[in-house]
Structures are given as structure tokens and as C-alpha cells.
Design a binder for this molecule. Structure first.
Ligand SMILES: O=C(O)CCC(=O)C(=O)O
Ligand SMILES: [Fe+2]
Length: 355
């Protein structure tokens, strides 16, 4: 963990004291001006922890927070629609369309996930007739999605450019050069709704531990639930939502592009308050499909291939997930030994490995 002056905190969750991990806060305004000290800090965050808060509360950043508030209103309307309307086209491709609750593995053994999700890709929203369910295929909603996606692009490209400069990269070697705006990629905005669920009995619960496929993920959620397991940490701990800030994490593609120096931090989502509906918006900035890098298995492959293989590993049932290259779900990141923790499942006490 980075050195901070903050006193370590814990919260009560699922019958035990769980850490709340402190994270650095990076200023969007200072990145925009490429202030050398801020560039150094953002590089250090990506190389040591792979996660940070991005302060968007200044005049240049708050318009993006307002975009996300509008996206949130749209999500409430969308997720309240009947299942047939939401699932009109199903999942058109891994980065476009709707996935109902329970489509993937859940956060605990023998559970399914506890969220539904609609993804709108950056390439798709730019088409004259984007493939969207009818309930959101109207001018005002398309405009909200377009503004949300374009805003996330500006914010994530600002970070990418700061990282290139901070690492002394120039010309074609800069990260932006493998994330050009007019090249096909699987870049997408995922809008998620987690249903209320009780960790002691739920069959559909949370979001399994993973690292992201993306280069950078920009996450907006004002609600608790995200847990990270920073490098060298022995257990998962919560990330506290912070007013005026988004959460940014490095994904596998940037880890690979940085010669595996950056950390693609392990994370998952659990129901913090079992009675609560939780909403989050994740923008996954992904490399151009034909970008080449060396993955966690030592293979020289394209970003497109990494995306497709890992996506299917995510969505496969556990027995098929186990056949994927061992490091795929965690992008080559390793976990410190888990501590055996008592866990109440289905009403009876088990000693289980928390995963
Ligand atoms: O919902 C969240 O807070 C995070 C979701 C996430 O990790 C993901 O979609 O990759
Ligand atoms: Fe994630």
C-alpha cells in the first residue's frame, strides 16, 4: 500500500471486521495541465496499487459527474422496464447489449452473479442507427449515452496521456497511439444494477473477483460494495465512495502494455447492505483490437484476442473457467495466502476460503 497518514479503518460486514483501504486522490485539473508532480503520482499509483480516486469536482471535471447523474436516471428507468423490453436483443456482442441477473459466476462458491447489466459500446453509439433496446432508443436517451461515453473518453485519455508523459514515452510508443478514436475497439460503457441479496443465504450475489480486461476503467458509484485486494494485501477490503470523485483502475491491457509494471488490481463487488439496490457505471477504455502485447501466459497476442478469451472465461460456468489458463481471470496478478475466515452460508457455519 502507498504510504498515507490515514489511520487504517475497518467496517463491519458479514459478521467480521473488514478493512477500508485508503487510496490516493489524483486531481483531474492537475493532470489536464500535465503538472509534473501529479504525473509522477499517477504513475506511482498505477505501479504500486493500480487503483486511485480521480477528483472531478473542479470546473473542468464536474460536467462529467453531471453526465453520470443523467445516465443514472436513465438506468433507473431502463432497469424498471419489463425483462422482455430490456432483453429485446439480448447480448449482441460481449461489449454490447443486455445480460440478465445470474448470467455469470457469483462472488461466493456455488453462486451466480447478482446484477443485470446493459452495455453500450463507443463504436456503436457513433453509428447513425445504434443497436439499442426500444426503451432507450429515443433522441434524449441517445444524447445522454453519447455525452456519457464521450466524457469518459476525454477523462480516460487524459489519464492515459499523463501516464505516457510520466513514463517518458514519445511518438508511436505513447499509450494514446494504441487507443486512437477512429480505430475499432471493444471500448464500452457498462451500466449495472445489483439486486438486494443477503450474503448468508443468497444464490445470486455480487460480482466475482477478477481483474479488468481494459486498459483503464473509470467507475462511478456513490454506493458501497466495491472491494479490492491490493498487491500484498491478505484480504479483500472496501473502497469508500468519495463525493466528487470517480474511481480509476488499471486493467490487464495497460499492465501488459507497460511490460507488466502496472498493477491490474484484483477486485469484486459484494452486497454491503443486503436490502439495497446498487447502481454503478463502468467505462472500459480498451486498446485498438489489433494492438499486440505479451499477456500473462507469455503469449504475444492482440488486445481483441485477450478480450474475447477472457470474456468467455468470465461467462463460463466454474468447471469451464477452471480450464482457462490459470492466470487469466486475474491477469497474471497473484494473491497473498488467503486467511481462513468463518463464513455463514445457508444458515450453517463453514470455514471457507473467502474468494
Ligand atoms: O460495480 C462495480 O462497482 C464494479 C464492477 C466491475 O468490477 C466490472 O464491471 O468490471
Ligand atoms: Fe471490474
Amino acid at each position: 500500500m502507498a504510504i498515507t497518514n490515514e489511520v487504517p479503518r475497518t467496517v463491519q460486514w458479514n459478521g467480521k471486521n473488514v478493512p477500508v483501504y485508503p487510496m490516493e486522490t489524483i486531481s483531474f485539473e492537475r493532470l489536464l495541465s500535465q503538472e509534473p508532480a501529479e504525473l509522477e503520482r499517477v504513475v506511482r499509483c498505477c505501479e504500486t496499487e493500480g487503483f486511485f480516486y480521480l477528483d472531478l469536482s473542479g470546473i473542468d471535471g464536474r460536467r462529467y459527474l453531471e453526465d453520470q447523474d443523467k445516465t443514472l436516471d436513465l438506468m433507473h428507468r431502463f432497469f424498471e422496464s419489463p425483462l422482455e423490453a430490456k432483453n429485446q436483443f439480448g447480448l449482441i456482442s460481449p461489449h454490447l447489449g443486455y445480460e440478465p441477473v445470474g448470467s455469470r459466476t457469483g462472488v461466493f462458491a456455488d453462486t451466480k452473479d447478482g446484477y443485470e447489466m446493459i452495455k453500450v459500446s463507443r463504436d456503436e453509439i457513433q453509428r447513425s442507427n445504434p443497436h439499442l433496446p426500444d426503451v432507450m432508443k429515443n433522441h434524449p436517451d441517445i444524447k445522454i449515452l453519447e455525452n456519457g461515453i464521450a466524457g469518459c473518453n476525454v477523462v480516460t485519455k487524459t489519464i492515459l496521456s499523463a501516464l505516457s508523459t510520466g513514463l517518458g514515452l514519445s511518438g508511436a510508443a505513447r499509450f494514446e497511439n494504441s487507443h486512437r478514436n477512429d480505430r475499432p475497439s471493444t471500448t464500452t460503457m457498462a451500466m449495472m444494477h445489483y439486486i438486494p441479496s443477503d450474503p448468508t443465504v443468497a444464490q445470486k450475489i455480487g460480482h466475482q473477483k477478477h481483474t479488468d480486461i481494459s486498459s483503464l476503467t473509470l467507475l462511478y458509484s456513490s454506493q458501497w460494495g466495491l472491494q479490492i485486494r491490493p498487491p500484498r494485501a491478505r484480504e479483500f477490503g472496501f473502497v469508500e465512495p468519495k463525493q466528487g470523485c470517480a474511481i480509476v483502475n488499471v486493467g490487464d491491457s495497460l499492465r501488459f502494455a507497460s511490460g507488466h509494471k502496472m498493477q491490474s488490481c484484483i477486485h469484486r463487488v459484494v452486497p454491503f447492505d443486503p436490502t439495497e439496490h446498487r447502481y454503478s457505471i463502468a467505462y472500459f477504455l480498451r486498446a485498438e483490437d489489433d494492438t499486440m502485447f505479451t499477456d500473462s501466459e507469455g503469449r504475444y497476442i492482440t488486445a481483441g484476442q485477450w478480450h474475447d478469451e477472457k470474456f468467455f472465461a468470465f461467462t463460463n460456468p466454474p468447471e469451464l473457467q477452471a480450464q482457462a489458463p490459470p492466470s487469466m481471470l486475474l491477469g497474471g496478478m497473484t494473491e497473498e495466502e488467503d486467511e481462513a475466515v468463518p463464513q455463514v452460508l445457508n444458515g450453517s457455519e463453514h470455514i471457507a476460503i473467502q474468494a
